[in-house]
Design a protein around this ligand. Structure first.
Ligand SMILES: [Ca+2]
Ligand SMILES: [Ca+2]
Length: 183
């Protein structure tokens, strides 16, 4: 039986990959959740949602990698805003872009540290508490319901690079009856 040169070369490559135990997926980008990972999302303020209790909506994520991560330009969005970012459609609601970190001359988050983006505001602004950076998006009252925009029953929180398509982490929920969700 005659085997073409290209076919036997291809077979040799597969054998080599099998020998070295390298799956095809190993060459792809880092998987979502391997670097920055969402650990909790505040989806629903207790009681009536108002401009005053917007901070009950938040996204908390952690650098779970072993190296510092530069979070400059990282976006924290709901599903509505994320889909627009990916499509290249301009929007100002339901989105927060990290530009700097409090008590940090850089935008590097060290291994194990947390970043929480609250939808409301705080007297004194952003701060660092222990190993957690607390950032306040001050969501506009025109966005969602009085500035609260994570759907209580079903939505997805996204942490991505500025292009939206490079996803660090996402967390979806499809229930109603609690105030926060965890992976
Ligand atoms: Ca909500
Ligand atoms: Ca509520």
């Amino acid at each position: 039986m005659r085997i073409s040169k290209s076919a036997s070369l291809l077979a040799a490559v597969f054998v080599a990959l099998a020998l070295f135990g390298v799956p095809a997926s190993a060459v792809s980008a880092v998987a979502p959740g391997d670097v920055l990972r969402i650990v909790e999302v505040g989806t629903d303020a207790m009681g009536a949602d108002s401009y005053a209790n917007r901070n009950r909506e938040f996204v908390k994520f952690q650098n779970v990698s072993s190296a510092p991560v530069d979070v400059a330009g990282v976006l924290v969005e709901d599903n509505w805003a994320h889909s627009r970012t990916v499509a290249g459609d301009a929007h100002t609601c339901n989105t927060y872009k990290i530009v700097d970190l409090p008590s940090n001359a850089t935008t590097m988050v060290q291994p194990g540290e947390y970043v929480t983006v609250f939808n409301g505001s705080r007297w004194g602004g952003n701060r660092k508490v222990g190993a957690e950076y607390q950032l306040f998006a001050n969501s506009d009252t025109d966005c969602g319901t009085f500035g609260q925009f994570y759907n209580n029953d079903a939505d997805t929180a996204w942490v991505t690079k500025a292009n939206g398509t490079d996803v660090y982490s996402s967390k979806s929920w499809d229930w109603n009856g609690g105030y926060t969700v965890k992976p």
